[in-house]
Design a protein around this ligand. Structure first.
Ligand SMILES: *Cc1c(COP(=O)(O)O)cnc(C)c1O
Length: 453
């Protein structure tokens, strides 16, 4: 393993987040209030989210949004993160491509999620909020939010998707170590949870259901707000620290990416690595290809429809213009829990439908095969989610070999998989399968969307 690292210093931690909407040639359609059917305002969002986060969510004009000192101070625990040239993987693949990855797995919780958890907790605290609620799939967001909430003195309740609660018990322990309360979702503690348990007693949960439960608790508890780990514009905004650092580090390496890849759940890490680079496509200076890698079992970008849809299962959130499989979509119990989400955020959906970014879907077995190759070549065991980005990078590196082209590939390693070894065990035991979704299932699931608006 001779992989080379490109390291920045603490002073290089970005001082502002990059708001891509300000530069988009066409803006995403507005989010809509489900009651009034009018475009959403900061006032509409403020009962659910901290006000500053609501303002960021709807900000279409400010290209740069200053990162508060208290947030940068906490970023210093692990940022800037390394950019690594994956020479071990290049050798293994015998490819002329140069493969780089941004290593977001070095955060204390093992993923990129802390980049947004910290500002979300900070802006809640600054407003005098005392309690926050959230959902978590594989437990990565919940873990990040637990640490951020503890740091800023907030009480946190986390609804964790039931299948992950059982598959990933150590992420529950991590959240409890940081002092959060963790509830398996669906639960009997909310109306939304009770309804789905009554209708489907064995339902193993989804992010959509867990979001409904968390929003319901937030809106029925005094001085409480809800925080979300993906999908929304302000979450993508916070994650741009990834790409802004990577841009400087690619400069240190003396190269510029031809291809930028991120795995895709709701879009936060893909946005984080991509948006700072896509601005140079908008200005006409570059022509980078952006690839979002989603699981074959949850293919909203490659096979979903573009429509207004709810962000959650029960329909408590605003209507979001998104590529979606329908908010009732129940994805297979794949081990990349963080990618089991029915829709894509409005910015990424707009970029995809405008042909400005690309997407691929990756079968579960291919993702674990890629993860194993990467671990053996680079020493880092990737999160099952991140493995989708690695698989897409390997596909591109193999294509480069066939074409005899020296492509520069950059992907985001969104997290490590050391808490996901049960999934690796099952892969090595031959217990994992691929899950593709039939066209009929997708069509049946999106058929009701026209009734929403
Ligand atoms: C949550 C998570 C994802 C998926 O979420 P996005 O918002 O699409 O980034 C990917 N990788 C890891 C490690 C995660 O924790």
């Amino acid at each position: 393993m001779e992989s080379k690292k490109f390291l920045l210093q603490e002073k290089d931690i970005p001082e502002a987040w990059y708001n891509v909407v300000a530069d988009m040639p066409e803006k995403p359609a507005p989010m809509i209030h489900p009651g009034t059917k009018k475009p959403l305002t900061v006032e509409d969002l403020s009962p659910i989210f901290a006000e500053e986060l609501a303002r960021q969510e709807l900000n279409e004009t400010d290209r740069w949004i200053e990162i508060p000192d208290e947030v940068r101070e906490m970023y210093r625990i692990w940022r800037p993160t390394p950019l690594v040239r994956a020479e071990g993987l290049e050798k293994l693949l015998d490819t002329p491509a140069h493969i780089y990855f941004k290593n977001e797995s070095v955060s204390p919780v093992g993923s990129h999620k802390l980049n947004s958890a910290i500002p979300q907790a900070y802006f809640c605290k600054k407003q005098g909020i005392t309690n926050v609620t959230t959902e978590t799939g594989a437990g990565q967001w919940g873990a990040a939010m637990s640490l951020a909430a503890k740091h800023f003195g907030l009480e946190l309740a986390v609804y964790m998707v039931k299948v992950s609660y059982h598959q990933k018990p150590y992420r529950r322990s991590i959240m409890q170590t940081y002092g959060a309360e963790v509830i398996a979702s669906p639960s009997m503690s909310t109306r939304a949870g009770r309804k789905i348990i009554t209708d489907h007693p064995n339902y193993q949960g989804s992010l959509g259901t867990a979001i409904s439960e968390a929003v319901e608790l937030a809106t029925s508890t005094p001085n409480c707000r809800y925080v979300l780990g993906s999908v929304l514009n302000h979450v993508s905004l916070h994650q741009t620290v990834i790409g802004l650092e990577a841009e400087k580090q690619m400069e240190m390496a003396g190269e510029y990416p031809d291809i930028v890849i991120g795995c895709f759940g709701g879009g936060s890490n893909f946005s984080g690595i991509s948006f700072p680079f896509i601005r140079h496509n908008f200005s006409g200076k570059r022509n980078t290809l952006f690839i979002a890698a989603e699981p074959e079992s949850c293919p909203k970008l490659t096979r979903g429809v573009f429509h207004y849809d709810f962000g959650d299962e029960a329909g408590y959130t605003p209507l979001i213009p998104m590529l979606t499989l329908g908010h009732n979509f129940a994805p297979a119990n794949i081990h990349a829990g963080g990618l089991r989400y029915h829709g894509a955020g409005s910015i990424v959906s707009k970029l995809k439908t405008s042909g400005l970014i690309d997407a691929v879907d990756i079968p579960q077995l291919e993702s674990f095969e890629a993860a194993t190759k990467f671990a053996r070549a680079e020493g880092i065991i990737p999160a099952p989610e991140s493995a989708h980005a690695i698989a897409a990078a390997i596909r591109e590196a193999e294509k480069a070999k066939e074409e005899g082209k020296q492509k520069i590939i950059l992907f985001n390693l969104s997290g490590h998989g050391l808490i996901d070894m049960a999934a690796y065990d099952r892969y090595f035991a031959g217990d994992l399968a691929n899950y593709s979704v039939s066209q009929e299932e997708i069509e049946a699931n999106v058929a009701d969307l026209d009734k929403l608006i």
